[in-house]
Design a protein around this ligand. Structure first.
Ligand code: NAD
Ligand code: TYD
Length: 342
C-alpha cells in the first residue's frame, strides 16, 4: 500500500495527555502538515499543555464535541482533512464506573460521528487510538496479541472496544480506510493527576496517602508516552489499512512496586502507602505482544523504564504549578470561557 499524502490532519483530543504529546511530536516531524486539534475541553483537556506550539502557524485549535456530527461536518467542510487521528475519549476507568454515559456518548457516538463524516468527505487514513484494556485481563502468564478475543470488563474498555468494532465495520462496509492501535498504559509529562503514576507522585509530594487498590499486585505494562506517539505516527503512515496494531512498553510492573519506587525516588516514607477497597471488575494483569508492529513496521519502544520514570518524576517536580492548578480547578473556567464552542 502506498504512503498516504497528508497535508491536513485532524487530531481529536489534542488537549489531553497523549494527544498533546502527539501534536508536539507531529508538528516537529512533519513541517508541512496543517494540524487541527478538535477538543471539547472536558475536565481532562488543558490547553496549557500546548502553550509551546500555540504560535506555530501550522497548528489550529477548535473547541467542540466529536459527537456533534453537524459541527464535525462544518470542520471537514472548512479543512478537507486527509487524515484523522482520534484520541478524544473519556479515558478514566474509575469515572466510567461512577458514570458510564459520557463514555458511550464520546467513545462510541463520537467515534461514529467522526467515521460518518470521514466517509462522506473521504480521507486517506482514519486512525482509531485504542487500548489493551479491550482484551480484558490476563493470568500470571501470556500476552495479548492482535488476535486475542476482546473481553472488556469495565464500561471504559467496553466503550473503547465498541469504537474498535465501528472502525472495523466502517472499513469493511463503507471502505473508510481505518486502522486501530491498541496501546498499554502510558506515563510521562502532562498526564492528568487522577491516573495512577501522576497521582502517586502528586500525593507523595504533598505528603498525602497513596491509595493502592486491593492487594496492589495488579500488573500494568507501562510505556513512555513518546514511544506511543511515535508508534501512532508510524502506523498512520506505514500501517496496513483495516489492521490492528498492538503497542506495548514491555515493562510489566505491579502497582505496589511502582508506588514503592516513586516513594523511594522522592525520599518519602512507605508509611504513606494505604491499601484501599479494590476497584470493581479490576483487571489483574495486562501485557502486550508488540511483535506485529515491530516486525512489519519496524517500530520499537526506545525509552527504558528507568529513563522514562526518572524523566516523568522530574517533570512533575519541575512543573508543580501545572498539576497544582489542575487539582485546584483553576484552569477550567478560564479556558472554557476563552473557547466557546464554535
Ligand atoms: P485524556 O483523558 O488525558 O484526554 C482526552 C482528551 O479528549 C481531553 O483533552 C478531552 O477534553 C478530550 N475529549 C473528551 N471528550 C471529548 C469529546 N466528546 N469531543 C472532543 N474532545 C473530547 O486521555 P489520554 O490518556 O490522553 O488518552 C487519549 C486516548 O488514548 C484515548 O482514546 C484513550 O482511550 C487512549 N489510550 C490511553 C492510554 C493511557 O494510558 N492513557 C492507553 C491506551 C490508549
Ligand atoms: P489507572 O491509571 O487508572 O489505569 P488503568 O486502570 O486504565 O490501567 O490505574 C493503573 C493501575 O493502578 C490499576 O491497576 C488501578 C491502580 N490504581 C490504584 O491502585 N490506585 C489509584 O488511586 C488509581 C487511580 C489506580
Amino acid at each position: 500500500m502506498s504512503t498516504p499524502r497528508i497535508k491536513t490532519i485532524l487530531v481529536t483530543g489534542g488537549a489531553g495527555f497523549i494527544g498533546g504529546n502527539f501534536i508536539r511530536m507531529f508538528l516537529d516531524r512533519h513541517r508541512d502538515v496543517e494540524v487541527v486539534n478538535l477538543d471539547k475541553l472536558t475536565y481532562a483537556g488543558n490547553l496549557e499543555s500546548l502553550r509551546d506550539v500555540e504560535k506555530n502557524s501550522l497548528y489550529h485549535f477548535y473547541r467542540g464535541d466529536i459527537a456533534d456530527e453537524a459541527f464535525v461536518r462544518r470542520l471537514f467542510n472548512e479543512w478537507h482533512f486527509d487524515a484523522v487521528v482520534n484520541f478524544a475519549a473519556e479515558s478514566h476507568v474509575d469515572r466510567s464506573i461512577l458514570g458510564p454515559s459520557a463514555f458511550i456518548d464520546t467513545n462510541v457516538r463520537g467515534t461514529m460521528a467522526l467515521l460518518e463524516v470521514s466517509r462522506e468527505f473521504g480521507v486517506e487514513r482514519f486512525l482509531q487510538v485504542s487500548t489493551d484494556e479491550v482484551y480484558g485481563s490476563l493470568g500470571p502468564t501470556g500476552k495479548f496479541t492482535e488476535s486475542t478475543h476482546i473481553s472488556p470488563n469495565s464500561p471504559y474498555s467496553a466503550s473503547k472496544a465498541s469504537a474498535d468494532m465501528l472502525a472495523r465495520a466502517w472499513w469493511k462496509t463503507f471502505g473508510v480506510p481505518t486502522l486501530v492501535t491498541r496501546c498499554s498504559n502510558n506515563y510521562g509529562p502532562f498526564q492528568f493527576p487522577e491516573k495512577f503514576i501522576p497521582l502517586m507522585i502528586a500525593n507523595a509530594l504533598r505528603d498525602k496517602k497513596l491509595p493502592i487498590y486491593g492487594d496492589g499486585m495488579n500488573v500494568r505494562d507501562w510505556i513512555y508516552v513518546e514511544d506511543h506517539c511515535d508508534a501512532v505516527d508510524v502506523v498512520l503512515y506505514k500501517g496496513k489499512v483495516g489492521e490492528i496494531y498492538n503497542i506495548g512498553g514491555g515493562n510489566e510492573v505491579a502497582n505496589i512496586e511502582m508506588a514503592r519506587l516513586i516513594l523511594s525516588k522522592l525520599d518519602k516514607p512507605e508509611s504513606l502507602l494505604e491499601f484501599v477497597k479494590d476497584r470493581p471488575g479490576h483487571d489483574r494483569r495486562y501485557a502486550m505482544d508488540s511483535s506485529r508492529i515491530e516486525t512489519e513496521l519496524g517500530w520499537k519502544a526506545t525509552r527504558s523504564f528507568k529513563e522514562g520514570i526518572d524523566l516523568t518524576i522530574n517533570w512533575y517536580l519541575k512543573n508543580q504549578d501545572w498539576w497544582q492548578r489542575i487539582i485546584s480547578g483553576e484552569y477550567q473556567d478560564y479556558y472554557k470561557l476563552q473557547y466557546e464552542e464554535r
